[in-house]
Structures are given as structure tokens and as C-alpha cells.
Design a protein. Structure first.
Length: 451
């Protein structure tokens, strides 16, 4: 900026008196000058920017797009089309109602018919329960675009299309697949996945308390399952239980309404409030042998389902961080303090660049992981490392994004606090930070540090 003349006589010499005369016929010039003389430095700078043609105010600022390296833009046409359809759905149907549903602690079930129209499951799974060649990338993109706006929507989809669907696809007989998979692909039957117990989270593989006992053509299930997403309104839950006779883990399709099976919705969550999680009680619950998942090979099948879905949870961290970064950037481009957009401050730019670095590196990681999964190269420790890293980077990113909003950051209407809160759930489920770290640590050192 050029320096301004300080001497009042110099100032007067620069004035166009004829123009001032014309102006004074239109406005109260003395009052205007009097008002201008009382402006503070910041307000004066703003005024001078406007007088300079409003160029800064009107200059098109860069679009808030967290895909800085164009990694998403380079994907295949079908993948980009699916991602765009999810983004449109989120913008048109979820964004307008999500705060209301968040406040009510309630999943918007009325959106299921709209979601059905996108036919997303068929982009991931074939009718027979085998996976498409790019299933993990596709699932990841769906997850990312949903989480960019609302993580709960991605979790609803992930539980149904990931955990529940994969349990039947990997553990079901041809008859069971024929009965359930078409309905699940069409979102006509909604599934849940019941593994965790009140006393058994990380240790559930070793300390599963829910039991099953064969009784003629039936099995009798007893126990409790906790945190089970979608279960308050699902059509069935895949319940994992330990056989009292063989000690083997078995999987069952337990239909809602079966006597002895009841679900209480868990109230009072401060993360993922739009997801409905249930506390399931099984009391002498009789399930026919035909609803035992016939191809389950003990815990090995359960672990295989979790391995398939862990990549999806790593994508949740990326999508959530991406959404929070973009919200923060837009806010920094418009919010003014001290006569400047806060994005003009170096410290705020530092936050934004740090967030973008997290998002960009996490996105590279999950894209590579998904390619490994889709080409049969992914091992447990690969998925675990991605979950650990993306969840941690997401946690850091949403905190910086929230900070960028100042006090407004804790208001639901500004959006970022929902990402902040949801990250706490991402951080802890599908294997906590500690458990996934131990999985990677065992793989790289050759020593198991599990106790
Ligand atoms: C919102 C939400 C949705 C969920 N949805 C589902 C669902 O749909 N279906 C389902 O089955 N489950 C679900 N879960 C459960 C989830 O998978 C568990 O919360 C998770 O496995 C952790 O178990 P926990 O919460 O019991 O923690 P705990 O196992 O009690 O762990 C507590 C702490 O101890 C640490 N810890 C435990 N063991 C070790 C060890 N050996 N070494 C070092 N540290 C250790 C953990 O890392 C953690 O920090 C959900 C959870 C949440 C929060």
C-alpha cells in the first residue's frame, strides 16, 4: 500500500472541489466527514479497501476444497459419479435436518427411501455377496462424502452395508444369502451387528459372555450386547455368541420381535447422536438352526468381517476431518476481526495449513490402503495403522477447526462442533487407538504386547 500524505494542506491540494460540491448536494458531507474522523484504524482500512473499488471484498476467494492434491478428482468416472451422488444427497436431504435430529437423538428413518434411490450397496457388493473389484475404494468414497457433512449417516450405512452385510456375505449359506442379501441391497431390510458387550469391548474375542446352546432344531441365546448401532429400529441383528458346549464363536441372524430379544436405545450420547445405538438383552431367546450363520468358522469369520470394515472407519476419520477443514476455511474467509478476515492472520493460516496437511496425508493413506484391500494385499496391521493414524489426525484437525470458529465453534448451527464430538466415537470404535497400535506393534516387532 502506498503511504498517505499527512499534511492537511497536501490533503486539501489533492481534493477535487467540484466533485465535492456535487457530492454535498446528495449527502450531508460535514456529517459524513465527522463520522469518518471517528473511525478506528481497522474500520478506516476497511473503508479505504471499499473506496479502492471494493476489489478485495469482491475478489473471488479460493474455493474451500480439501482435496488439495486432486486425489479424488483423479479417480475413475464411476467412482466420482457415485461420490457426487452421495454429496448431493447429503446436501439436499441430510444437511437441512441434521441439527434437529442431532438435538432429538434420533435417526431420520424417513430418508431411507431417498437413500435407496442411490443404490449404493450395489456399487460395493454383487448380488451373491462377493465384492466388486474396487469395493473398498467405493465404500471409502461413500463414507468420505457422507462424513464430510454428517458422520452419523456414514455410520448408519457402514453398520448395515459393512458389518451386517459382510457377516451374512462371509458367514451365510447360499440360502441365507438368497433370503437376506437382496433385501439388504435394496435397504428393504436393515441390519445391525451385535458383538460388543457391556463387560466386553476390546477383549470380546476372549471374554465373550453371550452364550448359545443347541436345543433340537433351535439355539437358545442368553446375554447382552452393548452399543449396537441401528438396532433400535433394525429388522435383525447379527448376534455373536459362544457355544457353551464347544466354546466356539457362532453367529446368528436374530430377527426383531423374536421372544427373549429386546433392545433399549442408549440415551445421552454426546457423539454420533443421530446414530441410534442399542443395549440388547437376550433372555432364553430361541433362534432356529436355519438362522445360525452356516459358514462361520468361529472367531476367524468375525475377525474377517472387522478387517473388511476397518478400512471404512479409517475413511470416516478422513471425511470428518475434511468436512471440518472446509467449514473452518469458509469461516476464516468471511469472519472479520480487527478489520480483517481472520484468514488474513498468520496464526489462523497456520491452523488451516496444519489441517490441510492432515487431510491430504490421511487421504493418501486410505486410498493406498483401499487399493491394497481391493487387490488382496491388505493385512490386519495395514488396516489398523490407517485407523490409528487417520483417527488421530482427525482429532487434531477437528480441534483446530473448532478453535478457528472461536466461541461460535461450540454452537451446533456452525456445524464444526458436530464433527468435533463425532471424532471421539471414531477414535474409540472398531478397535481403540491402543488395540490397533498393539496390532501394528506386534506385526513390526514380532513381539505381542497384548496382555
Ligand atoms: C458410537 C459407538 C458405536 C458402536 N457401534 C457398535 C456396533 O454397532 N456393534 C458393536 O458390536 N460394537 C459397537 N461399538 C463398540 C466399540 O467397538 C467398542 O466401544 C470398542 O471396541 C472399545 O470397547 P470399550 O468401549 O468396551 O472399551 P474398553 O475395551 O473397555 O477399553 C477402555 C480403554 O482401555 C484400553 N485397553 C483395553 N484393553 C487394552 C490392552 N490390552 N492394552 C492397552 N489398552 C487397552 C482401550 O484402548 C481403551 O482406551 C460402538 C461404540 C461406540 C462408541
Amino acid at each position: 500500500m502506498t503511504s498517505q500524505p499527512r499534511n492537511p494542506m497536501d490533503l486539501l491540494a489533492q481534493l477535487d472541489l467540484e466533485a465535492l460540491g456535487r457530492l454535498s448536494q446528495k449527502v450531508d458531507l460535514p456529517a459524513l466527514l465527522n463520522g469518518a474522523s471517528r473511525l478506528n484504524d481497522g474500520q478506516l482500512k476497511q473503508l479505504s479497501r471499499m473506496l479502492a473499488g471494493g476489489s478485495e471484498q469482491q475478489r473471488a476467494l479460493p474455493e474451500a476444497n480439501g482435496d488439495f492434491y486432486g486425489q479424488l478428482a483423479e479417480l475413475g468416472a464411476e467412482q466420482r459419479a457415485v461420490a457426487a451422488s452421495v454429496a448431493d444427497f447429503m446436501r439436499a436431504h441430510v444437511a437441512p435436518i441434521m441439527n434437529e435430529h442431532w438435538s432429538r437423538d434420533e435417526f431420520p428413518q424417513h430418508l431411507i427411501p431417498e437413500l435407496r434411490k442411490l443404490d449404493l450397496l450395489r456399487r460395493v457388493w454383487n448380488e451373491d455377496g462377493t465384492r466388486k473389484s474396487d469395493a473398498t475404494v467405493m465404500e471409502g468414497l461413500i463414507t468420505l462424502e457422507a462424513c464430510r457433512v454428517d458422520v452419523s449417516t456414514a455410520v448408519f450405512f457402514g453398520v448395515h452395508a459393512g458389518l451386517a452385510f459382510a457377516s451374512i456375505a462371509l458367514g451365510g449359506s447360499p440360502e441365507q444369502k438368497a433370503e437376506w442379501l437382496p433385501k439388504m441391497l435394496d435397504l428393504e431390510a436393515i441390519g445391525a451387528f451385535g458383538l460388543t458387550e457391556p463387560e466386553g469391548g476390546s477383549q470380546v474375542s476372549q471374554g465373550m459372555r453371550t452364550t448359545c446352546r443347541r436345543d433340537g432344531d433351535n439355539w437358545v441365546l442368553n446375554g447382552e450386547k452393548y452399543w449396537i448401532g441401528n438396532s433400535p429400529f433394525s429388522d435383525f441383528t447379527v448376534v455373536w455368541a459362544r457355544d457353551v458346549d464347544t466354546q466356539e464363536v457362532r453367529g446368528f441372524i436374530v430377527r426383531t420381535g423374536t421372544p427373549g430379544y429386546s433392545v433399549r436405545k442408549i440415551e445421552g450420547k454426546v457423539a454420533l447422536r443421530i446414530v441410534e445405538n442399542g443395549h440388547i438383552t437376550l433372555e432364553g431367546c430361541r433362534v432356529p438352526e436355519t438362522d445360525r450363520l452356516q459358514e462361520v468358522q468361529g472367531w476367524r469369520t468375525t475377525a474377517e468381517v472387522l478387517r473388511l470394515t476397518r478400512a471404512g472407519v479409517a475413511w470416516q476419520g478422513v471425511g470428518c476431518a475434511l468436512g471440518a477443514y472446509e467449514l473452518a476455511l469458509r469461516y476464516a474467509q468471511t469472519r472479520e476481526q480487527f478489520g480483517k478476515r481472520i484468514g488474513e492472520f498468520q496464526l489462523i493460516q497456520n491452523h488451516l495449513v496444519h489441517m490441510l496437511g492432515n487431510v491430504t496425508s490421511s487421504l493418501s493413506m486410505v486410498l493406498r490402503l483401499s487399493h491394497m484391500a481391493d487387490t488382496g494385499q491388505m493385512r490386519d496391521e495395514h488396516a489398523s495403522l490407517a485407523k490409528v493414524v487417520t483417527a488421530a489426525r482427525c482429532r487434531e484437525t477437528v480441534a483446530l477447526a473448532r478453535e478457528t470458529f472461536g466461541g461460535n465453534g461450540i454452537l451446533l448451527d456452525h456445524g464444526v462442533i458436530k464433527h468435533f464430538a463425532d471424532t471421539e466415537a471414531i477414535y474409540s470404535y472398531e478397535g481403540t487407538n491402543e488395540i490397533n497400535t498393539l496390532v501394528v506393534g506386534r506385526a513390526i516387532t514380532g513381539f505381542s504386547a497384548f496382555v
